[in-house]
Design a protein around this ligand. Sequence first.
Ligand code: MN
Length: 285
Amino acid sequence: MKKEVLSLHEAIYDPIADLSTWRAMPTRSIGHLDPFLFLNHHGPQKYGPNNNGLPFGPHPHRGFETLTFVLQGDITHKDSVTGESVIKAGGIQWMTAGSGLIHAEVSSDEFKRNGGMEEVIQIWMNLPAKFKMTPPKYTGLQKDSIPAIAFDEGKGVLHLTSGSYQGQQGPVESITNLFTATLELKSGGVFQDDLPAGSQVLLYVVNGQVQVNGASAREHQLVELSTAGTELSITATQDSQLVYCHGIPFEEPIVAHGPFVMNTHDEIRQAIMDYQSGKLGSMAL
Ligand code: MN
C-alpha cells in the first residue's frame, strides 16, 4: 500500500542575524513529525571575504539529537565534551545531546577569510525517555565517508548517513534506528522505497520540483505523509535535492523549551538549573 500525501507545508523565511534561513518545522502549519522535531534550511548564501561566518555561538542542548547536512561551505563544530572539527561540503555532523552539552557551530577561519557559498540543513531528532540522559556524543564525517548510492541508471544518488539502503549501511549508528539521507535526482529520475510499517517520513524539498506518490512538491516545501502504508515513489520533474529521513514515532509527551526537549515541565526546569549551574559544561570561544 502506498503512503498518502496528507499535506504540503511551506517553510517560512526567518533569517537569523545575517543568515538566510527557511524554517520548515516547527511552523504554524506543522509542529513536529514524531520523532522529528525541527528542520532549518540556511542559504544558499554567498559570503564575501572577511565575513563573520555562521552566527551560532555557544549554546546548550539536552534531550535530543541534531543532524547537520553541510551542502555547501563548511561548519566548525566545537563542544564542551568532544572538542573541535571542521566539516566541509558533502559532510555531516551528528550530535547526540543526550544529558547535555554546550556547543558552537561557526565557520572555519579559512571560510571567514575567503568567503564563498554556504548552505546547511539542520534537523532535530527526538530521543525517547529512556535515552534523554544518554551521554553526549558527536560524530563529524566528511563527504568521502558517506556512501553515495546510485539508482535509476545514475539519474539519482542517495547519500546515506544512517540506516540501510540496497544492502549498504550508513556510517552513523542511530540509537533510535533512524534512517537519514539526502537525495539528488536529475529531472525524470525516479526513487522508490518500501519503508518499515508505521514509519514517519521527514521529506523536504531543498531545491527543484518532484512528484511524491502523485502529489507535486517544490523547493521549500515539507511533504507530510501518512504513517500508514509503506510504499514511496518520488519522481523529479526538475533537477532536485531533498532531505529524506524516516523513523518509528515514539508517541511520548514532548515538552520543548528553546534548546531543551524533554517529556515533562519538571525535566525542563531541571535542564535550565543544570545549565545555569554549569553541569552541561562550559566553553570559551
Ligand atoms: Mn545547536
